[in-house]
Design a protein around this ligand. Structure first.
Ligand SMILES: Cc1cc2nc3c(=O)[nH]c(=O)nc-3n(C[C@H](O)[C@H](O)[C@H](O)COP(=O)(O)O)c2cc1C
Length: 174
């Protein structure tokens, strides 16, 4: 709401197209971004719960259960801040006794192997590993509530976009 109009205003004269990104999971959100001047939307997280996504079933299930509040910006994975599912892993790295994460790219060599092992154990039913399991995701996770094919996601997204634009257009008739 704040950033997209500011960026659009800044680059207006140059004609550079602006793509809005961050938390966009539905067509209505894209419609809002277009209303603010964006030329389109750039999405990432919403594809992680498609049937085609390589995301572990354990993580997919966690996404379905998570609300928008269950993400955290953490350096624990790559050494730079990235938003991910809050889990026992991210909590442990936030604790006062935890060491500072190493700078990118070194932290990945600390975290990737154990996190891959965690996923493997969680898929085998290990309760502690299920709590530790985490992966990148944005705050739009609260709206990622079912596992669907990419085709169905696209169809619903387009339908939602159309309905949102029609809803807003109808306010002109009132
Ligand atoms: C699993 C995953 C991996 C990503 N990897 C990168 C990356 O390596 N470099 C980068 O600049 N952005 C990366 N992104 C960010 C996306 O390109 C995009 O900007 C972001 O996901 C948009 O926000 P959203 O996830 O809320 O839709 C990644 C996003 C996800 C979900």
């Amino acid at each position: 709401m704040v950033l997209v109009p500011e960026v659009c205003q800044e680059v207006e004269a140059s004609g550079v197209p602006v793509l809005a990104a961050g938390g966009i999971v539905t067509g209505r959100q894209m419609a809002a971004a277009m209303a603010m001047g964006a030329a389109g939307a750039w999405t990432g997280s919403m594809w992680l719960t498609t049937t085609e996504a390589e995301t572990s079933p354990i993580i997919k299930e966690k996404y379905l259960q998570a609300s928008s509040r269950q993400t955290v910006r953490s350096k624990a994975r790559t050494g730079k801040y990235s938003r991910q599912l809050r889990s026992a892993w991210t909590d442990a790295w936030e604790s006062p006794e935890a060491p500072e994460p190493l700078p990118m790219p070194l932290q990945s060599s600390v975290s990737e192997a154990p996190l891959a092992k965690v996923i493997k154990l969680a898929e085998g039913g290990h309760a502690g590993a299920k709590q530790l399991a985490t992966f990148f995701v944005g705050q739009g996770v609260g709206l990622m509530n079912s596992i669907q094919s990419t085709r169905d996601v696209m169809r619903e997204f387009m339908q939602d976009y159309i309905e949102a634009v029609e809803r807003v257009s109808a306010t002109l008739d009132e």
